[in-house]
Design a protein around this ligand. Sequence first.
Ligand code: FAD
Length: 403
Amino acid sequence: MTYDLLIIGGGASGLAAAVTAKSLGIGKIAVLERLPRVGKKILATGNGRCNLSHTPITAENFRGSVDVAPILAEFGDVKAFFETLGLYIRTDDAGRMYPHTMAATSVLDAFRLRMREDGVEEICDAQVDSLHFTKGLWHVKTTGVDYAAPYVIFAAGGFAAPKLGTDGSAWDLLKKLDIPIVSPNPNLCPVLSDARMLRQLKGLRVKGEITLYDQDDAVRTEIGEVQFTDKALSGICVFNLSGFIDTRRFEDYFLLFDPLPELGFDIESILYTLQGTRYGMNCEEMLSGLLPKPLVRLILKNADISPDYPCSELSGQEIRRLSISSRSLTFPVKGLAGFEQAQSTRGGVPGRALDAHLQVRSHPGLYVTGEAADVHADCGGYHLHWCWASGAAAASDIARKMG
Ligand SMILES: Cc1cc2nc3c(=O)[nH]c(=O)nc-3n(C[C@H](O)[C@H](O)[C@H](O)COP(=O)(O)OP(=O)(O)OC[C@H]3O[C@@H](n4cnc5c(N)ncnc54)[C@H](O)[C@@H]3O)c2cc1C
């Protein structure tokens, strides 16, 4: 079966490419999706609400080797893009953009309704397992069916969240074409640490300031809620730090957590005040109005002070030790939670292999969009914005070439 454009993967960037291509007059288009339905991951985004972009958004929000600036510039206003699909957007105080309905289904519906209206074919249960170019056409094979087109957009995502269709196996199609790939690593995932320390903190959610250190250097600081599980630190702020850890040398990294950043340098005087107001109590009781008990116990242990020790007997030196230990809980990095728990992939087709419109330089007619390109970012809507913009960029270039 011959098409004008075949899109491998019915995720965010594939669907954005499909509606853009059609709006620019490309004739026969099919989206090939291995799962029974397109857009399964879109439905899981933003806790089912789909944080679809962010304002402001600039090239500085993205990491990886692809030059995203011209693609973001060409895409322009995300609100305008969605309004042409009949979808309206609202923005929260932090700049995160959502569909006005606050339901991810509205985003997927907007794409599917437009594709239905425009006659874009959704071919599901169609795992692509071969991709090659002969006699002027790209040949895309799924189990039992061969498709061909002069243009193919590879929008098959990365390795993150394999249950949602992306186990990374599609990258083998690119490897077989000798297209270079930056090795994949999880991004936006929990960070594994010392299980013995974490066992006592399991289930806690504590707001504070957390800094990732690479040996003696502070790499990045985040403020927010840290969630403790039996093996890992989690939460958006930890997710954002996970992308900065070099997975070849976990032993060089640690996380420093300060659960009391808002108290500034006053903590020592607060401890003296507490010693006065809770004079007859032990040290664990003295601190129980400041921090959750499991954290208090860890802080006391790190300061080498028994929880049962009468607080009235704390010396000036012990108060100082306690003030330092309560502001600097250190968690060694033992690894990253796997792709099962990650929201995106670091790695993919590098910028040097792609032209300014995401066409593979060595393979004219083949484009790489979304998470399959070497682009990653923080939580907050950046990944999806990249998916819409990159899908639209590839489709626009193909439309220009088809004249
Ligand atoms: C739980 C979760 C929450 C998230 N929340 C947000 C958020 O709120 N905001 C945000 O910006 N980002 C979020 N992200 C990240 C964002 O969803 C992804 O970066 C984005 O969806 C990637 O889009 P994509 O088009 O590159 O690939 P995907 O959306 O992953 O789609 C790829 C598609 O290709 C299909 N496919 C794979 N291999 C083949 C093959 N061989 N043949 C045919 N089809 C194939 C897959 O089944 C899949 O449907 C979240 C991610 C997760 C996992």
